[in-house]
Design a binder for this molecule. Structure first.
Ligand code: ZN
Length: 385
């Protein structure tokens, strides 16, 4: 109803025209902060310079990309014409491939989101800016190598929403997953990033849960936090095409859950993904609340807020079976409701995988391999489910 990608179309045209005319134009002399940045965190080759407080944020303009970050306590801005993203490598330690921008802008949202014959899945949820726990888990279970590159082959990694809000390393976590998504594709694997209620809150201008660090970032850029993820921001644009429901083999992944009412109302997975992308994400609360369908989907019986599996004592296994049968699936995997570890409910029909990573010191991944379900901890222990 509301959305269009018209100006993104302009951007693509602009960039293509520009590229055909320009090889690249480098930025002037090396910025002087390079000299001071000697304090490198040995654990991580990325985001290692302690004086860079936040970033990078990429903004896609008509004929260039504006890259912004916070150095000490001041905003820095570079304009990149063409393909030369060496400044990102120099400042943040990771390679940025220009083709990713083209790929993102030309990719249309996939509302169906069904994947079959997947042998290996690792899923985790509700990272909430706890990048260090995220990295530890991904390294522990060989999803990434020591250089933070994809090493999970043709496996599928599922990030079940709520990467944003609360913690202080949201930017780092988003960039890591963004890069892994691109690398996984090349390796024949897949990264699924599902939207949680917190991504939608940020994209819909609700900044109540952001870490104070990001209030500072927004203030220094003389903007608001949601605008750092606007449609012309690279990660903001990428997030806007992400689904809320993904089916892999006989498992449905969804941030909070599917309620009986969702089934009774006859919503479908692809229809729901489409409604979220086109009518909920980036929309105003006023518009959502005055529409019955949209307010249901964003309510406490909807897929990004529901807590019934954990809290509704009237929910029986028979009712769960009805929900599973409606979709023709055998399991539902959810995050959103925090538990000390990954839990199984209703005889392995429901897995709750929000293992309280948000607290910042411990976390677990859900592992599916060779038809078996288990949970793996930050210390590398694997336990059957
Ligand atoms: Zn949530």
């Amino acid at each position: 109803m509301r959305r269009n990608y018209k100006h993104i179309g302009f951007f693509i045209t602009g960039v293509f025209l520009f590229l055909s005319a320009t090889a690249f134009k480098n930025n002037s002399a090396p910025p002087k902060e390079d000299v001071n940045d000697i304090n490198v965190h040995v654990e991580s080759p990325y985001f290692a310079k302690s004086n860079i407080k936040d970033g990078p944020y990429f903004f896609l303009e008509d004929n260039h990309v504006t890259v912004k970050w916070i150095y000490k306590n001041r905003p820095v801005e570079r304009h990149i014409y063409g393909r030369n993203f060496n400044v990102v490598k120099r400042k943040f330690g990771f390679e940025f491939n220009y083709d990713w921008i083209k790929q993102d802008l030309t990719t249309q949202p996939n509302y169906v989101q069904r994947f079959n014959n997947v042998d290996k899945i690792i899923a985790l949820s509700d990272v909430h800016g706890q990048y260090d726990v995220l990295v530890k888990l991904l390294k522990q279970f060989n999803v990434i190598d020591d250089q933070f590159n994809w090493s999970f082959g043709n496996g599928h990694l599922v990030i079940l929403g709520d990467m944003m809000d609360r913690g202080a390393k949201v930017t780092e976590a988003l960039w890591l997953i963004y890069r892994l998504e691109k690398q996984a594709e090349t390796a024949g694997g897949k990264v699924h990033f599902l939207l949680g209620n917190h991504e939608i809150m940020v994209l819909n201008s609700d900044a109540r849960y952001i870490h104070e660090k990001y209030l500072t970032t927004a203030r220094l850029f003389e903007t608001t936090y949601d605008k750092l993820y606007s449609e012309n921001n690279l990660i903001g644009n990428w997030l806007r095409k992400k689904p809320v429901m993904v089916t892999i083999n006989d498992m449905l992944f969804v941030h909070a859950g599917v309620s009986e009412d969702f089934v009774l109302n006859g919503y479908t997975r692809s229809g729901t993904n489409k409604l979220f992308t086109e009518n909920i994400v980036g929309n105003s609360w006023k518009e959502i609340l005055t529409n019955q369908t949209l307010s249901f989907l964003m309510g406490n019986k909807g897929p990004v807020w529901y807590r019934g599996y954990f809290e509704d004592t009237t929910l029986t296994e028979e009712k769960i079976n009805n929900i599973l049968n409606y979709f023709g699936i055998d399991h539902i995997i959810v995050g959103h409701t925090s538990m000390p570890n990954i839990v199984t409910l209703f005889d392995n029909k429901i897995f709750g995988i929000d293992s309280s990573i948000k607290l910042g010191d411990y976390g677990e991944v859900f592992i599916y391999e060779n038809g078996r379900y288990s949970r793996g901890s930050t210390s590398g222990t694997i336990m059957d489910l």
